[in-house]
Design a protein around this ligand. Structure first.
Ligand code: NAD
Ligand code: DAU
Length: 353
């Protein structure tokens, strides 16, 4: 891998992945970050690495559905590997407007796969970043393995499931060298505040209501974003071609508990809110998400046993680190919450009470 295309590198996980690869792995090649810059894309998040690694980090504002432009980027930089993060990623938005999800997640993935297939002789690896949501919802027990049948329930997870199938098919049919990872919920720095953890921590800091969908007893598995970046890089380096790996934090928690932990940590870190004994008083139960998956849990024994990957962080310590990052970076928060973000808050929460 000399010229690695990272799609969606201005987003949350792609950005953290680029930072990790450039600063910690000894990777000596070049990273070409291809991002359309949707509402979720922030090139400023990588300004420091761009300065620190001149020439080794390049940004191209390109839509992955644009076959001509993708072809140009492959040729111009001699792309020999892809780490594919770009996606429409927010489940609630896929319920309000599914079209972009079908475009980017399905057509975009297809466009990239075609560009790689056209260069089969020199192409080394297509890594597809996917989600545990493709497996659907679990009952009280059990965990998703790599063999769990797909049963996506939202337009988002259905579009990701379709993209997973395309990646698998390009390996089986065309022998494209691929790897894939299906990961649980991430959290950490640069997380767009439409997602539960950054939304709740910023609202709690500011004394705004904390919207909990339904009864708040839906269970998610949480993984610190750097641990996910390490897992992806591990799979890219050591994973079997054509193989898929589940990635998770072995950290299942009901949403309500996550929200309470954020309230308690903030009370401790910045002091209580005026007029309140605890930020938990801000918790507001609102109308549930349609088709809301009840429980996710990940069996990640394959990546642990075969590739020796382990999450390094615990939820309590890295949640504290995450909160501290948001407290230390008010300018980033202000920037991403301007403009489109305000419209989204009105659309999603306006009629939820
Ligand atoms: P994000 O929404 O924060 O970032 C997505 C990035 O993709 C943005 O920079 C956006 O501008 C870019 N993008 C969107 N459409 C594009 C297009 N057509 N062309 C080029 N760029 C485009 O997403 P994220 O949370 O960082 O997720 C990254 C990947 O990881 C996604 O594939 C997602 O399905 C997967 N994933 C996310 C999580 C999670 O907890 N966030 C967990 C498991 C898997
Ligand atoms: O499981 C991996 C997935 O995790 C990724 O594939 C997705 O890209 C990512 O967005 C995330 O999806 P979720 O739907 O689980 O994340 P979200 O932060 O939107 O919601 C987490 C849980 O919290 C979910 O059960 C819904 C609930 N929730 C969310 C929001 C935004 C609330 O109760 N209130 C809220 O305001």
């Amino acid at each position: 891998m000399k010229n690695l295309m990272v799609t969606g590198g201005c987003g949350f996980i792609g950005g953290n992945f680029i930072r990790y690869v450039l600063t910690e792995t000894g990777f000596s090649g070049r990273i070409i970050n291809v991002d359309k810059l949707t509402y979720a894309g922030n090139p400023e998040s990588l300004d420091d690495v761009a300065k620190q690694f001149p020439g080794r980090y390049v940004f191209e504002q390109v839509d992955i559905c644009d076959a001509k432009e993708i072809d140009r980027v492959f040729n111009e930089y001699g792309i020999d590997a892809v780490a594919h993060f770009a996606a429409e990623s927010h489940v609630d938005r896929s319920i309000t407007a599914p079209g972009e999800f079908i475009q980017t997640n399905l057509i975009g993935t297809y466009t990239l796969l075609e560009a790689a297939r056209a260069r089969l002789e020199s192409f080394e690896l297509f890594h597809h970043v996917s989600t545990d949501e493709v497996f659907g919802s679990l009952g009280e027990t059990g965990a998703f393995t790599e063999h769990t049948p797909y049963q996506p329930n939202s337009p988002y997870s259905a579009s990701k499931a379709g993209s997973d199938h395309l990646v698998r098919a390009y390996h089986e049919t065309f022998k494209l060298p691929t790897t894939m990872s299906n990961c649980s919920n991430n959290y950490g720095p640069y997380h767009f505040p439409e997602k539960l953890i950054p939304l709740v921590l910023l609202n709690a800091k500011e004394g705004k209501p904390l919207p909990v969908y339904g009864d708040g007893m839906q269970v998610r598995d949480w993984l610190y974003v750097r641990d996910h970046a390490v897992a992806i890089w591990t799979v890219m380096q050591k994973g079997g071609r054509g193989e898929t790996y589940n990635v998770g934090g072995r950290c299942e928690m009901p949403n309500l508990r996550v929200v309470e932990m954020i309230c308690d940590l903030l009370d401790e870190m910045v002091g209580p809110l005026a007029g309140h004994t605890s930020r938990r008083e801000l918790i507001t139960f609102v109308k549930d998400r349609p088709g809301h998956d009840r429980r996710y849990a990940i069996d990640c024994s394959k990546i642990q046993k075969e590739l020796s990957w382990e999450p390094e962080e615990t939820f309590a310590t890295s949640l504290r680190k995450t909160i501290q990052w948001y407290l230390d970076n008010p300018e980033w928060v202000k920037h991403v919450r301007s403009g489109e973000y305000q419209n989204w808050v009105k659309t999603n929460y306006g009629n939820r009470n």
